[in-house]
Design a binder for this molecule. Structure first.
Ligand SMILES: [Ca+2]
Ligand SMILES: [Ca+2]
Ligand SMILES: [Ca+2]
Length: 141
């Protein structure tokens, strides 16, 4: 089962850069920056070194399929071991305790615009890293 590993390059392209909880800080984990770069490169389908919203949506859909292995159409919190509960609740718009594909995509697109700090409509690795660092600071408070 490399379920957990897949997650790190998938669903949570942006979130998994921001692993919630102290376990993420363990020395045996790849650094946040390394994880972020790997996820970023995987999502950058056209290799122009930035992520546009289409790439983020496509990555979300692919990642959803990788997590929802039983094809239920939903992802439960237990399928997202690296996700923070707050993030899950925020994404779960209808509060039914599970995430539909629509909810996952909506949450990722919402986050896309949060990360795009210079408002040029694409994400650079620098924007992703600084967002991840900011999230991490918030999480550790
Ligand atoms: Ca790209
Ligand atoms: Ca839901
Ligand atoms: Ca940008």
């Amino acid at each position: 089962m490399n379920h957990v590993r897949l997650l790190s390059s998938g669903l949570l392209l942006l979130t998994c850069l921001v692993p919630g909880g102290a376990s993420a800080q363990s020395a045996t984990h790849p650094s946040i920056a390394d994880t972020s770069r790997t996820a970023f490169n995987a999502a950058d389908v056209n290799k122009d070194s930035v992520l546009d919203v289409n790439e983020v949506v496509a990555d979300s859909i692919l990642a959803f399929g990788r997590v929802d292995t039983q094809r239920t159409g939903f992802i439960s919190f237990s399928q997202l071991p690296r996700h923070s509960p707050e993030r899950f609740r925020r994404a779960d718009r209808d509060a039914d305790g599970r995430l539909s594909l629509g909810e996952v995509v909506a949450d990722r697109v919402h986050e896309f615009f949060l990360i795009d700090s210079n408002r040029d409509g694409v994400l650079s690795i620098e924007e992703v890293l600084s967002y991840a660092a900011a999230q991490r600071r918030t999480a550790s408070k």
